[in-house]
Ligand binder design. Structure first.
Ligand code: ACO
Ligand code: OAA
Length: 378
């Protein structure tokens, strides 16, 4: 008998392209539930957090598992304020980068520089990782704000200690503190972007952590994953779509052509949510506030028309990037800065996952089914 006669045929491997539907681990950080269209951070509905807390409290919650009490919040805010200023070595590194590069390349480089200058970079204890996470949380707004300013030919605006995270972020970006209504809408966006279970960038961070690499490397990798337009890059891409369409009356012909050429419409669709993204109503309400504040009904008309038309034709709903993109535009951010804003928020979720992965680690290493040429010899 030959070997082939005695060997049972190998069953076809169960390949889940894109890991769709695959549960790879547990997490206590957030729960995305497409059946109930809900999202919980450490048990709290994200809508409640957006209505009743500030982003600093949510960051604390994601890392510690509980909302801070008054004393804990005061201490955390003081630490965040102490770490806000753009470090000279980080500014020097940013200044070396051409303004033609994408701002995601800048924020990725800045995290590398911050990591390279941290003597405890390779200490993976929960305490050391938490300190690194807090450092990045405090440092990233100045990186994003300065990058936008230098592209506009402007200099650094130093942080103000009397302002909370979001007000100070906007102050460093624009040199003035916007009205509370704008700060609140921005803070809501930071809360909504903070965490979303095993999305592509968070999974990247967990893969890197699983090799016992350091937190900064995990965040750098996560930034790379977030940059793509199928993930975080979509908030920027939504604005390009709005610019391309121009006005609500052009939605129908634009969509006819886009769908005929099999284009993906950015800001619509989601791997997990199939009946709408749990965060969209809250972000849409924030966008509506901004539309009213800036008196830009044209933005609402275009946004509503595209959503109405696309949902009617394809049954695919908007994701968080759809209302966030125009919201950041109205606040005054340049379009290519939108995904770095997402980074400033998601760094909280990424680092919470790094800490969780490190605490219960297994090397992440899936299998592949070889479909190349049969064995041959030189
Ligand atoms: C914060 C975030 O990261 S949210 C996601 C942001 N990304 C985007 O907005 C980019 C646009 N959206 C997409 O590309 C997709 O919806 C994704 C990548 C987010 C999820 O995609 P998947 O779960 O892999 O589904 P997939 O891309 O296979 O789509 C399934 C079907 O719906 C279609 N589809 C899904 N989204 C879109 C879209 N935005 N525009 C047009 N068609 C779409 C696909 O073409 C596909 O059709 P087919 O079965 O006829 O080929
Ligand atoms: O969960 C996902 O796949 C993408 C997403 O919405 C996010 O990361 O916020």
């Amino acid at each position: 008998m030959t070997d082939t006669a005695t060997t049972a045929p190998t069953p076809a491997p169960d390949i889940r392209k894109g890991l769709a539907g695959v549960v790879v681990d547990t997490t206590a950080i957030s729960k995305v539930n497409p059946e109930t269209n809900s999202l919980l951070y450490r048990g709290y509905p994200v809508q409640e957090l957006a209505a009743a807390t500030r982003f600093e409290e949510v960051a604390y919650l994601l890392w510690h598992g509980e909302l801070p009490d008054a004393a804990e919040l005061a201490a955390f805010r003081a630490a965040e304020r102490a770490g806000r200023a753009l470090e000279p070595n980080v500014k020097a590194a940013i200044d070396l980068l051409p303004t033609t590069c994408h701002p995601m390349d800048v924020v990725r480089t800045a995290v590398s520089v911050i990591g390279a200058s941290d003597p405890a970079a390779d200490d993976a204890s929960p305490e050391a990782n938490l300190a690194k996470a807090e450092r990045l949380f405090a440092a990233l707004p100045a990186v994003v704000a300065y990058d936008q300013r230098r592209r506009r030919g402007l200099g650094v605006v130093p942080p103000r200690d009397d302002l909370d995270y979001s007000a100070n972020f906007l102050y460093m970006a624009f040199g003035e503190v916007p009205d509370p209504v704008v700060v609140d809408a921005f803070d809501v966006s930071m809360i909504l972007y903070a965490e979303h279970s095993f999305n592509a960038s968070t999974f990247t961070a967990r893969v890197i952590t699983s090799t016992l690499s350091d937190l900064y490397s995990a965040v750098v990798g996560a930034i790379g994953a977030l940059k793509g337009p199928l993930h975080g890059g979509a908030n920027e891409a939504v604005m390009h779509v709005f610019d391309e369409i121009g006005s609500a009356d052009r939605v129908v012909p634009w969509l006819d052509e886009a769908l005929a050429s099999k284009r993906k419409i950015m800001g619509f669709g989601h791997r997990v949510y199939k009946n709408g993204d749990s965060r969209v109503p809250t972000m849409k309400a924030a966008l509506d506030t901004l539309i009213a504040y800036y008196d830009r009904p044209d933005v609402a008309e275009l946004s509503d028309a595209l959503e109405r038309e696309f949902v009617a034709r394809k049954g695919i709903h908007p994701n968080l990037d759809y209302p966030s993109g125009p919201a950041y535009h109205l606040i005054g951010f340049d379009t290519e800065m939108f995904t770095p804003l997402f980074v400033a928020s998601r760094v909280t979720g990424w680092t919470a996952h790094v800490i969780e992965q490190a605490a219960s680690n297994a090397l992440i290493r899936p299998l592949s089914a070889y479909d190349g040429v049969d064995e041959r010899h030189v």
